[in-house]
Design a protein around this ligand. Structure first.
Ligand code: HEC
Length: 281
């Protein structure tokens, strides 16, 4: 119990620091610096993408490892047709991401996020134009790629998506629509791809976008919980503060949201401090 208390304290302290930075950078500008450009409070789009991707990857990992994996062991269903009214199942991780992205795009003008591949199960997830070329590089060295696409003018980031667990490989290889049946563990299966129209992003927009991403993930999870409450009583898990690894439970929206904040806030804060430091040099 002691360590939990300590962790809470650390998280609270970190939140206060974030709020402090937020208030500090949002203090009213001096008269001569009223334009956003001259105030210098902007973050390069590459760092913006990297912070968002770290947030998103952590949310996806948590959903996969803490909800889908142990949930399936308790009899919960996850399905690619989860959005159909008659299907009482949750989204597969790739579709959790797609729904989160759709909600995020509604909240934040210009942002786009998708999970793509050169061998996609769903052809709409295939790369287009320059993405095809840059993905070859991602596959060659396993590093993220950043570029501006001259045809769309959009800044683009591609982060490798690795087959980190056996189910990635088996589900894709066995899928009746897969164009590739020999995926192996640790293969780069695709790339989490982000698009944004601006070369640098005002600090306040960075914070708002991170907040919107978290909110979108929580709303996606809420859509799943809504399905769960329609399950017959005998198979319905208890929704509250406990997680599927503890038994036939699912966390409620608040617990899920707090877990995202607890996992991500320290990393995001470190990213913000690094960019602030880099900007001073
Ligand atoms: C239970 C089945 C299943 C599991 C497990 C699974 N996927 Fe998928 N994945 C799918 C399906 C189905 C799609 C297509 C979803 C859509 O866009 O409609 C998909 C989409 C993708 C895409 C986008 C390109 C495409 O194929 O359409 C990537 C990349 C991907 N998955 C990687 C992974 C990785 C990495 C893991 C493990 C961490 C994983 N998947 C686990 C079924 C699965």
């Amino acid at each position: 119990m002691k360590t939990v208390g300590k962790e809470r304290f650390v998280i609270t302290a970190l939140c206060l620091v974030v709020v402090g930075i937020y208030l500090f950078v949002n203090a009213p500008p001096k008269l001569e610096q009223t334009t956003a450009e001259s105030s210098g409070r902007r973050i390069p789009v590459e760092q913006f993408f990297s912070m968002l991707d770290a947030e998103n990857a952590s949310i996806r990992a948590m959903y996969t490892a803490e909800i889908v994996g142990p949930g399936q062991k308790n009899g919960l269903k996850f399905d690619e047709n989860w959005k159909k009214r008659e299907v009482l199942a949750g989204p597969l991780p790739a579709l959790f991401l797609r729904e989160t992205s759709a909600l995020l795009q509604r909240d934040v003008a210009g942002i786009n996020l998708f999970l793509g591949s050169d061998f996609p199960i769903v052809s709409a997830n295939g790369f287009k134009g320059l993405q095809v070329e840059y993905f070859k590089q991602v596959r060659a060295d396993g590093k993220a790629q950043f570029f501006q696409d001259p045809s769309t003018k959009l800044y683009t980031a591609m982060f490798p998506d690795v087959a980190s667990a056996k189910p990635c490989v088996s589900c894709h290889n066995d899928h009746d629509k897969t164009p590739k049946k020999d995926w192996k563990l640790n293969d780069i299966m695709g790339a989490t791809t982000w698009l944004y129209p601006r070369k640098s992003v005002p600090f306040e927009d960075v914070l708002q976008t991170i907040e919107a991403l978290r909110r979108s993930a929580v709303s996606t999870y809420a859509m799943y919980l809504d399905k769960v409450t329609k399950l017959p009583d005998q198979v319905q898990p208890m929704i509250g503060k406990q997680w599927p690894k503890e038994g036939h439970y699912l966390p409620d929206i608040e617990t899920f949201g707090k877990a995202i904040a607890a996992r991500n806030s320290a990393g995001t804060l470190a990213g913000l401090l690094n960019t602030a430091e880099a900007a001073r040099k």
